[in-house]
Design a protein around this ligand. Structure first.
Ligand SMILES: [Zn+2]
Length: 73
């Protein structure tokens, strides 16, 4: 009767490590810029504000435009 009994309650538990804001901030800024770029292409890449000639980008994000409620047609 000296067998070790596995008890999950006695096992070590991994503790979450906080990420310092100084390390997180550049990634937050980078992600925000990517989201702003995506917002531009979905919401404003049309007509006078268009940077890419033609309708390819507009048609590519067309469903997203309607989903987010941007004026379209
Ligand atoms: Zn449309």
């Amino acid at each position: 009767m000296n067998e070790a009994i596995f008890d999950p309650a006695n096992q070590p538990v991994a503790q979450p490590t906080p990420i310092p804001l100084r390390e997180l901030l550049p990634w937050v800024v980078f992600g925000g810029l990517l989201l702003l770029l995506a917002l531009y292409f979905v919401g404003a890449e049309q007509g006078a504000t268009s940077l890419v000639p033609g309708m390819y980008v507009h048609e590519f994000v067309h469903d997203g435009r309607h989903l987010l409620g941007f004026p379209c047609h």
